[in-house]
Write a protein that binds this ligand. Structure first.
Ligand code: C2E
Ligand code: MG
Ligand code: MG
Length: 562
């Protein structure tokens, strides 16, 4: 609890107000507290004094509080817009000019019970008046909750208080309210809205706020400071409660609703947040009944510019904006580097170096993965030759192949041509396939793999454990290596379960007479466990990150010299 103490001052009452006034004091110098407490003493139970180290530490206690005042020294005064309480500044000396952004100020030397009483009454009455005016302008007369204008004020305050941290915005639209309103009459329509609001309120908890943006549109501020998942929980609870039938004039009716949720981003402001919640609401609208949708920046960026990105990627291929980085693979028995994995990157003019997960899925969807895949193989073969020309020992070169590449009827002939043109021995080339890729259209995949195998190419099964493999099927494919996915390797030191799984995978691979590579090895502890388990090879940041060719040459030359 950040509040240093909370006490009710005993004695006579301050004024005609029944509810005690909550007075928050922010002052580093403890003499202020002593002075204020002394002045308050004769006012008694009508004032509750709270002392806190900062506004942020207690702001949650004053949400919607209309009966509170802030007393603060200039050093602790909340930044403009952060605090809605009427504020009285505590000054050590008479100011030369009137302080800004405060309701009043008090000077230490002239502070007495009487001065304080008058100041509090004045500020409080002014506050009540302002509040009444504001309420009339910002409240929905039917439901008593904030209207659109009120919502904008609420949102601005909430965003200013936490820079947008720990908050989500819900935008709710009732699907067929207008229809019901026309059919039942406006009075019944009003009663329906009151029921909707009562149901929504029944799901709100401290820190959440509700507003009516239009006749059948609502906004919800969801407090996610305790748990970011709260936004989704709330969405589910709201959908559940609104799906129940409504009873109007003895008749039951169902309303569909669409709820869009957007998580606020730090310092991003109100406009993008409202826009994102709105987009998510429209996405929810494409589904019948009561549904919610959470705004996903990634998907949305992709959705908006899928076509743009595709043509950019096409151009990138032509302009040679792709790069390969190579990650070395270490043999645990000999302690030497025995292979490399080629991993593609896109050096995008504006967005910097893009990782494969940002464009490979798009390339797969659009079919661009076929030309991209050829570019990767061709570049990997060229670099294999470059390494040989530098006198380095031959290494296995692993290239990732996606399922779509098998659908290309030219795969076999193009690969044979590329291998011959580059003059590399095919048995140093290895293709990595995922479980999902080999399981789809397995007859076609098997034929192509067999034919490539006859050229001397090896295959490995990538990301093992994350897909679904039938072992009978695996056995019938020409696979030489199994790569254990990094998600199993991570956490091996701490989780018994991971260790058991990895050991079981290694044993399984050895029983199938496959070599095993563990991916994503990041610590010496993982490496030594894998060695104890009999793993053949490892790959991961602990050995090296994926490196551009020039850095790889340096890495390999240094390693060879040691
Ligand atoms: P992958 O084949 O499983 O590649 C391993 C990924 O793990 C790489 O990510 C690598 O940088 C990362 N990694 C390696 N060691 C560590 C480690 O110690 N810790 C952690 N946390 N990560 C590590 P990257 O380069 O982002 O590639 C992601 C995926 O994109 C690859 O997964 C592969 O499936 C795909 N990909 C990459 N290049 C190509 C390509 O040329 N063609 C196709 N079809 N897919 C590609
Ligand atoms: Mg791979
Ligand atoms: Mg992998």
């Amino acid at each position: 609890m950040p509040i240093t103490h909370l006490c009710r001052v005993q004695g006579a009452s301050l004024s005609e107000h029944v509810e005690p006034l909550r007075l928050l004091l922010l002052a580093e110098d403890p003499s202020w507290e002593a002075l204020v407490r002394k002045c308050l003493l004769p006012m008694g139970g009508s004032v509750i004094l709270l002392c806190a180290p900062s506004w942020e530490s207690v702001s949650y206690l004053f949400e919607n509080d209309r009966n509170a005042l802030l007393l603060t020294t200039p050093t602790l005064q909340p930044a403009p817009g952060r605090c809605r309480l009427p504020t009285v500044l505590l000054l050590d000396a008479e100011p030369e000019t009137s302080p800004q952004d405060v309701s009043d100020w008090l000077v230490r030397s002239s502070l007495t019970t009487d001065v304080l009483r008058r100041c509090l009454r004045h500020v409080r009455e002014r506050g009540i008046l302002e509040y009444t005016l504001q309420r009339l302008a910002e409240e929905d007369p039917l439901t008593g909750i904030a209207n659109r204008q009120g919502f904008q004020t609420l949102l601005a305050v909430r965003l200013a208080e936490n820079d947008g941290r720990g908050m989500a915005l819900g935008h709710l639209d009732l699907d067929n309210f207008r229809h019901a309103n026309d059919a039942l009459g406006h009075q019944a329509g009003d009663r329906l809205i009151l029921q909707v609001v009562a149901r929504l309120k029944s799901r709100l908890e401290a820190g959440d706020q509700l507003a009516r943006l239009g006749s059948d549109e609502f906004a919800l501020l969801i407090d996610t400071r305790r748990a970011p998942e709260r936004a989704e929980w709330m969405a589910e609870r709201i959908i559940e409660v609104l799906s129940e039938p409504y009873w109007i004039d003895g008749e039951s009716l169902l309303l569909g609703c669409s709820l869009g949720i957007a998580h606020a981003r730090v310092n991003a402001g109100a406009d993008p947040l409202m826009w994102h919640a709105h987009i998510a609401m429209q996405q929810a609208k494409s589904t019948q009944g009561c549904t919610y949708h959470v705004f996903d920046e990634r998907i949305n960026r992709n959705a908006r510019s899928l076509a743009d990105l595709e043509s950019e990627l096409r151009r990138a291929l032509r302009r040679d904006e792709l790069e390969l980085h190579y990650q070395p693979r270490l043999d645990l028995v000999t302690g030497t580097i025995v292979g490399l994995e080629a991993l593609v990157r896109w050096r995008h003019g504006e967005r910097g170096l893009l990782a494969p997960n940002e464009f490979v899925p798009l390339a797969e969807q659009s079919g661009l993965i076929v030309p991209l895949g050829y570019w990767v193989i061709s570049r990997a073969l060229r670099d294999m030759q470059a390494l040989r020309e530098r006198g380095l020992a031959p290494l296995h070169m692993a290239v990732n192949l996606s399922f779509r590449q098998f659908q290309d009827s030219q795969l076999l002939s193009t690969l044979s041509r590329l291998i011959t043109e580059r003059g590399v021995e095919a048995n140093w080339l290895e293709f990595e396939l995922t479980e999902t890729a080999v399981m789809r259209r397995s007859d076609l995949v098997k034929q192509t793999m067999d034919a490539l195998g006859r050229l001397g190419v090896r295959f490995s099964l990538d990301d093992f454990g994350t897909g679904f493999s039938s072992f009978v099927h695996l056995n019938s494919l020409p696979i030489a290596l199994l790569k254990i996915d990094k998600s199993f390797v991570g956490g091996m030191e701490n989780r018994e379960e991971n260790r058991k799984l990895v050991l079981a995978m290694i044993n399984l691979a050895h029983n199938l007479e496959l070599e095993v590579v563990a991916e994503g090895v990041e610590t010496p502890e993982q490496l030594s466990l894998l060695r104890d388990f009999g793993c053949d090879q490892v790959q991961g940041y602990f050995i090296s990150k994926p490196l551009p060719l020039a850095e790889l040459v340096e890495f390999l030359t240094l390693g060879a010299a040691q």
